[in-house]
Ligand binder design. Sequence first.
Ligand code: SF4
Ligand code: SF4
Length: 207
Amino acid sequence: MASEKDLRFECERCGKCCSDEKTIVNLTYNDILRIKEALGLNLDEINHILAFYVFEEEPTEEDKKKMVISPIETEQGLAFVGLRKRPDGTCYFYDQKKKKCLIYNARPNFCRTFPFSFEVEDNENDQERKGSPVKMKYTEKGRQYCPGIREDNPLINKKKWLELGKKTIEDLNKNYFIFKEWNEKVKNGEVEASAKNFLKMILKLKE
Ligand code: SF4
Ligand code: SF4
């Protein structure tokens, strides 16, 4: 396994990240808008390609703080917004025969950044920052099953990945406030908690 210091990765196009039963492709509002635009979908069609993954047990406030994308209030309860899965657990957009993503150019940030996660460096005195406010590491899922993380694979182009990380963090920050606003509106009784109402709100936004 490659170390966290010298990150090594080369995608082997094995499709595990697109077909792992337990991997949920979480979406931001920008992901939804990008896919909608790329495929020219209407509200019902967007609703069809999405899934609202309801929590079996209500997460605590502490749990929620650790979540990269906040869950939203729906008619079924608190849920993660993600891409729909096929009954066998593969992503709705994964072509198993051709082993490729059918929405590659519009794929969600989750897929663009896999198998890495990014966060803002919070230690002001860290000498290792080297001018970058963003730090990155392998995701837990990446470490679990991505064969592209290997000691004998090339070092990544860190500059390129960190640029992607920076954009991703900006997107996640904007998304945080939009999902928060939705949840507050539901709690205040200003809007009925339904997936369709949520999507109507998203579709009024710009990427
Ligand atoms: S699991 Fe890793 S190697 Fe396989 S397709 Fe996904 S990113 Fe590429
Ligand atoms: S959107 Fe594409 S890249 Fe992402 S999980 Fe689905 S098939 Fe894979």
